[in-house]
Design a protein around this ligand. Structure first.
Ligand SMILES: *Cc1c(COP(=O)(O)O)cnc(C)c1O
Length: 356
């Protein structure tokens, strides 16, 4: 039998709502690296094992592909000719790619001017119909829910239960690699679909005796878009981490249950701390994630430092999306670090010697 990896539905088909007649719409998503941080724990001066699950290495560069392969597979199975989503960027990129693969139409609603350049390029290249809204993600989500009752389109946002089914497989992969669940699993939280999906996966493996324990689930939001720590919806969310610029999370109740069942917590992280963690990870470990993704590590570092996450713990931080998604924010952080010279050897040599 061929050992070729052909995507998470085929790999986990016994644990997903598919049968032998289902045609899998896949781009080889899942099976992403779980990388152990080598330099950052030493910088923190703490005895902790931190792993990052590099979801930016999915086919369209974010974890959304795990959910999208399931959502589009089931939409096509049900005879759908079009899908629709509201998006801060990555859902639209993923929906556009899987729709292209399936030969159906994708309609994506995005907030005007607030989507990272790479994500917009993807949605455009894959041929999605891009509808910009003079509003934010929450406006788009409200409209998508309304219009789905009036037009023949399947919603592929995380309110689609097949999305969470696909996304739970990330927890399976982590348990398989570590031999058990970690003590803490930290994620950036927007709509809170992903933290809920991971918890489903961890519980499933624990109930089936594949893992001995389940982790405490820790959800970090950006300070300007932190309804979970505020305890109420936020009407004008603002953060540099555009992927989690969400004030009205769709999985509000689910996420509160996750927190209680898993003995976890929510916290809010400043944009400065998010960008600092993004830079630290790229400079110290060679791993480039987008700003929203670094929220998990930023939060984990704060809670490791203050002892909320004790020494001796094994921690997994999900890096939800690739750093190349948002080149503008990356370059804006690094502009001063470029050197300009005349094309002569001496000037190159000086540039090297002055910067050794
Ligand atoms: C979608 C997304 C999130 C938020 O995930 P939720 O399931 O909405 O909580 C975080 N980071 C990135 C990069 C994303 O694309």
């Amino acid at each position: 039998m061929s050992k070729r990896y052909t995507g998470l539905i085929n790999h986990y088909k016994n644990r997903l709502p598919v049968d032998k007649n289902t045609k899998f719409i896949s781009l080889g998503e899942g099976n992403t690296p779980l990388i152990r941080l080598e330099n950052i724990p030493a910088l923190l001066g703490k005895n902790v094992d931190i792993y990052v699950k590099y979801e930016g290495l999915n086919p369209t560069g974010s974890f959304k592909d795990r959910g999208m392969t399931m959502a589009v597979t089931k939409a096509v199975e049900a005879g759908s000719k079009a899908i629709i989503c509201a998006s801060t960027g990555n859902t639209s990129a993923s929906a556009a790619a899987y729709a292209a693969r399936a030969g159906i139409k994708a309609f994506v609603l995005i907030p005007e001017g607030k989507i990272a350049l790479g994500k917009l390029a993807q949605a455009m290249m894959h041929g999605a119909v891009i509808i910009q809204i003079k509003g934010n993600f929450d406006d788009g989500m409200r409209l998508v829910k309304e219009v789905a009752n009036h037009a023949p389109v399947s919603i592929v946002n995380s309110i689609n239960p097949f999305r969470l089914q696909g996304q739970k497989t990330a927890a399976f992969e982590i348990v398989e690699e570590l031999g058990d669940a970690p003590d803490y699993h930290c994620l950036p939280v927007g709509n809170a679909g992903n933290i809920s999906a991971h918890w489903m996966g961890y519980k499933e493996y624990n109930q089936d005796g594949i893992s001995a324990k389940t982790p405490s689930m820790v959800g970090y939001q950006a300070e300007g878009a932190a309804p979970f720590t505020k305890g109420e919806m936020v009407d004008n969310p603002e953060t540099i981490a555009t992927a989690i610029r969400i004030g009205h999370p769709q999985s509000w109740d689910l996420a509160h249950k996750v927190k209680e069942e898993s003995n976890g917590w929510f916290d809010a992280i400043s944009d400065e701390a998010i960008l600092a963690a993004q830079k630290l990870l790229t400079e110290q470990e060679g791993i480039f994630c987008e700003p929203a993704s670094a929220t998990s590590l930023a939060g984990a570092m704060i809670d490791i430092n203050n002892g909320k996450i004790p020494e001796g713990s094994t921690i997994v931080c999900t890096l939800t999306g690739h750093g190349l998604k948002d080149p503008d924010t990356a370059i804006a952080q690094c502009k001063s670090e470029m050197i300009l010279i005349n094309p002569v050897m001496d000037e190159v040599k000086n540039a090297i010697l002055e910067n050794m």
